[in-house]
Design a protein around this ligand. Structure first.
Ligand SMILES: *[C@@H]1O[C@H](CO)[C@@H](O)[C@H](O)[C@H]1NC(C)=O
Ligand SMILES: *[C@@H]1O[C@H](CO)[C@@H](O)[C@H](O)[C@H]1NC(C)=O
Length: 167
């Protein structure tokens, strides 16, 4: 006859197995979800575009970010970290990336939004390379699941240009 302790142990093992199975299923079902996020960013104004005394360009701009990231949310999504970056080439670096704004989204209903905002972080070039230069605005996201691996992706928006002259 099985002792109570043995039964409790068997029950616990079974419970842990089910839990492990559910976790595996959760992260697997996540990989079946093909998200289709969309975003557009409008640059509304370059509020400041100057060369600082030390010679580096500094930009302050206002933009309208509108995005629908709801498809990133499944029942296994804990939170989504989103950041907007300006990306551009200079003679020295083939890729410069400056983070302008970010947000943590905790639930699906907040994942569709628009916001009119200035850059939250200072945008300073390493030099004075920005006049008349083309740049991309890239919306990056990192999806943190309740269980399973984190994944990241981005949406590149191109066709932006810095003003020709300081102002
Ligand atoms: C921002 O963009 C959204 C979506 O395109 C639009 O509905 C909203 O009116 C815009 N806001 C501003 C301040 O331009
Ligand atoms: C900007 O986007 C275009 C089109 O997606 C791409 O070809 C280019 O390499 C990007 N530039 C940078 C600096 O990432």
């Amino acid at each position: 006859m099985h002792s109570i302790g043995y039964r409790a142990n068997a029950l616990l093992t079974f419970g842990v197995m089910i839990l492990a199975f559910m976790c595996a299923l959760a992260s697997f079902s996540d990989t079946l979800n093909t998200p289709t996020p969309s975003a557009t960013v409008q640059v509304l104004n370059f509020n400041r575009f100057q060369k600082k005394p030390d010679g580096d360009d500094e930009v302050r701009m206002t933009f309208n970010i509108s995005a629908n990231l709801q498809s990133l949310f499944t029942w296994n999504t804990k939170q989504v970290f989103v950041f907007l970056a300006a990306e551009y080439e200079t003679p020295k670096n083939s890729m410069n990336q400056v983070s302008l704004w970010d947000v943590i989204i905790l639930n699906k209903k907040d994942a569709e939004f628009w916001i009119r905002t200035a850059n939250k972080y200072r945008f300073i070039d390493q030099g004075s390379n920005l006049r008349g230069r083309d740049f991309n605005l890239t919306l990056h996201w990192h999806v943190m699941p309740k269980t399973g691996k984190m994944f990241a992706d981005k949406l590149v928006m191109s066709g932006y240009r810095f003003p020709e002259f300081y102002r």
